[in-house]
Design a protein around this ligand. Structure first.
Ligand SMILES: [Cu+2]
Length: 145
């Protein structure tokens, strides 16, 4: 069991290092910025070697203690599907008090509704994607005032 866990962690770390390397390259930046541009000003992007996910909260910036939605776009040559949007506060070891509802909103587009960040501090957005049985979790962190 332990070797399996460490194996997965090692692969994840390797993937992140590769993602950082690509992100520094012009190609990775172009892919990420194209992906975000389609969502509008203020969109953020999470990039891995295989895909980018751009996301834009509505309203933006994210309000504290109020429901908000997120428009998301998955950019990849492959047909990755967004399967779940969630968030937590790693430093506090808790998640949201609400479960986000996720709906397709066009080719490569999704909309998550019903999120709420109920306190100030560092939140981590959790984006689960799937491609033919392979699953990846992408994360993005932001500070909420
Ligand atoms: Cu907290």
């Amino acid at each position: 069991m332990k070797t399996g866990l460490f194996g997965r962690l090692n692969r994840r770390v390797g993937g992140w290092l590769l993602a950082v390397g690509l992100g520094l390259g012009l190609g990775g930046q172009a892919l990420a910025s194209d992906c975000a541009a389609a969502l509008g000003a203020g969109a953020r992007t999470v990039t891995t070697p295989e895909l980018s996910v751009a996301w834009l909260p509505e309203p933006s910036p994210i309000p504290r203690d109020r429901h908000f939605a997120i428009r998301l776009r998955v950019c990849s040559p492959q047909a990755w599907v967004l399967t779940k949007v969630d968030a937590d506060m790693p430093a506090h070891r808790h998640g949201m008090n609400y479960r986000a509802a996720l709906q397709p909103a066009g080719p490569g587009l999704w909309r998550a509704e019903g999120l709420m960040f109920h306190m100030s501090g560092r939140w981590r957005l959790l984006l689960d994607v799937q491609l033919e049985g392979r699953r990846l979790r992408l994360t993005d962190e932001l500070d909420l005032k």
